[in-house]
Design a protein around this ligand. Structure first.
Ligand SMILES: [Zn+2]
Length: 285
């Protein structure tokens, strides 16, 4: 019974060498096998832990990299927002000046929702709001500018014909009778046939012969303003024509009550003659 508790291992290092024999107690065998199992488990757990650690480190590094990238991106976005905010502030200032110059009645109202000093915080929503407010303000300014532009282009300005003033506006001696009379316009003398041009945008309300004016064109410019161009040798417009400033409406002549080729030019406000010289320099440098 004692023998059964031992295991015998037989070794033969080479084919021709002598056998070697080791006798091991079964407890020793179990101990060795047990140690081997424990060793294998330890190695496995260790390897697993190492792998897990390596994966965590890799993940951490990746996250750190992403974090750095996000931080850089965030920084860039913030810089961009700051830049846009700066530009909006500049546009706001320009817009306010434009509102003032264009005579916008209440320039404070339109930009009140932007507030002084531009959009606060530089948040995209603030920028969005500021931009929308600016768009509204610019639309209002454009309306005013358009209206002003229309009024300006409808206001007589410049000379209807190049020449020299042979007679001014006001009281003068009648060139025919020698008595005193009121001269309702400006006489501009120049070569027969020189082109006569409209001095503002408007609609032709008369084109034909009329008493002392001879061949005359009358243009209505709106706002109660009309202009007359008399003594024409030829009329190049007809009633209802929509004319713009600079458009030829006739040619210099001496029809009607005239002593030589000239253009009798009148500016009337609500049909009351005013001095055309006051209008000639308007809008001209
Ligand atoms: Zn005249």
């Amino acid at each position: 019974m004692q023998e059964k508790r031992f295991y015998t291992f037989v070794f033969a290092p080479t084919a021709s060498s002598r056998f070697r024999q080791i006798n091991l107690h079964y407890r020793t065998i179990y101990l060795i096998l047990g140690l081997a199992v424990v060793g294998m488990i330890t190695v496995s757990v260790g390897a697993y832990q190492l792998t897990r650690h390596a994966i965590l480190v890799a993940k951490f590094n990746l996250m750190q990299m992403q974090n750095r990238r996000l931080r850089d991106e965030n920084h860039e976005v913030k810089n961009n927002l700051d830049r846009i905010q700066g530009r909006i502030a500049v546009i706001e200032t320009t817009s306010r000046k434009l509102a003032e110059v264009s005579g916008l009645s209440r320039p404070g109202d339109v930009s009140s929702n932007i507030g002084a000093g531009g959009p606060a915080g530089g948040h995209p929503d603030d920028l969005e709001q500021a931009t929308a407010a600016l768009e509204r303000e610019l639309r209002q300014i454009k309306d005013v500018v358009d209206r002003n532009q229309m009024k300006l282009s409808s206001t007589p300005s410049g000379w209807p014909v190049r020449g020299y003033v042979s007679d001014g506006f006001g009281t003068r001696s009648d060139p025919f009778s020698g008595g005193a009379e009121v001269h309702a316009g400006l006489d501009i003398a120049t070569t027969f046939g020189t082109a006569i041009e409209a001095t503002a945008d408007g609609i032709v309300i008369f084109a034909g012969s009329h008493a002392g004016y001879g061949n005359v064109v009358v243009i209505d410019h709106g706002y109660g303003v009309t202009t007359r161009y008399g003594h024409m040798s030829r009329i190049d417009a007809k009633v209802g024509d929509r004319v713009t400033r600079g458009r030829q409406i006739g040619a210099v002549g001496s029809t009607g009550r005239s002593t030589g080729p000239h253009c009798h030019y009148e500016v009337r406000i609500h049909d009351r003659p005013v001095n055309p010289l006051n209008y000639i320099s308007i809008g001209r440098s």
